[in-house]
Write a protein that binds this ligand. Structure first.
Ligand code: PBG
Length: 316
């Protein structure tokens, strides 16, 4: 290990562009890309520009994208999430037309589409789990009809994977995969995302459906349930403060495991880099390697494009 040119031979963890999924915020209410102030360097993209955005990333070697929508219309039950000309449905079709090989993942949740901003249907201040399930099934089917490859339910409703699997199968979409946000913690690291996706809630918080940060065993139970219900990929979210969970999930189940390097994790790095306090390139590399070393097969990250540039330059 004392010679530079020997060390690469003994690397246990390898990172490449196939490991990454790039998030895209598609906004139906704007006509020019708009920077998200709490996520420097990250933009909301108008529907009309989404294929171009994917094209640029594919030129860098990225292959997979997860889409979040900002609709022009919200109501109580989030009905703009499942209409055939909704923001995500239009975006998928535009991408598919130009880039048939792009891997299109879609976030399946209601919080961006409901006036109250919660991930489920609400009555008297309570989230109604079971009433939400058929709506999530409809959202997933509408994404599949538009051409999505993988749907990713992120609302942490009990039974959501089963409801979505059944809805997809009965509509002839047996080959659409499910990546479940299985172990999603009620985390303050999502702060910047809520500005990015306009998905902040109007009352209460998400602790009745997202996980308690103090719990680890519970994450394994959540993952087990999702696998039984038919999840193809399970996810741990956020990533960095939960690498122990990534490792335990991977060790116990050995299934395709994703980790979501979330908005707050991105913003911390950006803020420090902009102040000259940290070297962005080496920090991002170290972070992504550590998530893979913990056991993740896939990483959803806002650093995807920057990483791809550095990777291609051979400067990592
Ligand atoms: C929506 C959703 C959230 C994120 C992904 N999907 C926010 C939330 O649950 O409040 C967070 C992503 C990020 O912070 O980067 N259910």
């Amino acid at each position: 290990m004392r010679k530079d040119h020997l060390r690469p031979l003994f690397r246990e963890t390898k990172l490449d562009l196939n490991d990454l999924i790039m998030p895209i915020f598609v906004d139906e209410t704007i006509s020019k890309p708009k920077e998200i102030s709490s996520m420097p360097g990250y933009y909301r993209i108008p529907v009309e520009n989404v294929a171009e955005e994917v094209g640029k990333a594919m030129e860098l070697g990225l292959k997979a994208f997860i889409l979040f929508g900002i609709p022009s219309y919200k109501d109580d039950i989030g009905s703009s999430a499942f209409i055939s000309n909704g923001v995500i449905q239009r975006a998928i079709r535009l991408i598919r037309q130009e880039y048939p090989d792009a891997v299109i993942v879609t976030d399946v949740c209601l919080c961006e589409y409901t006036t109250h901003g919660h991930c489920g249907v609400v009555k008297d201040g309570k989230i109604l789990n079971d009433e939400t399930l058929p709506i999530l099934g409809k959202v997933a089917v509408s994404h599949a009809e538009a051409g999505a490859d993988i749907v990713a339910p992120s609302g942490m409703m009990d039974g959501m994977v089963k409801a979505i699997r059944e809805a997809l199968d009965s509509s002839g979409f047996e080959d659409v995969a499910i990546m479940s946000y299985s172990a999603k913690y009620a985390s303050s690291f999502y702060g910047p995302f809520r500005e990015a996706a306009e998905s902040g809630y109007k009352f209460g918080d998400r602790r009745s459906y997202q996980m308690d940060i103090h719990n680890g065993d519970e994450a394994l139970r959540e993952v087990e349930l999702d696998l039984k219900e038919g999840a193809d990929i399970v996810m741990v979210k956020p990533a960095l403060a939960y690498l122990d969970i990534v490792r335990r999930v991977k060790e116990k189940f050995g299934v395709p495991t994703a980790a979501y390097n979330v908005s707050g994790e991105y913003s911390m790095v950006k803020a420090a880099a902009m102040n000259g306090w940290l070297d962005e390139k080496s920090i991002v590399y170290e972070i992504l390697v550590s998530i893979k070393r913990a056991g993740a097969d896939l990483i959803i990250t806002y650093h995807a494009k920057d990483f791809a540039k550095w990777f291609n330059e051979g400067s990592l």
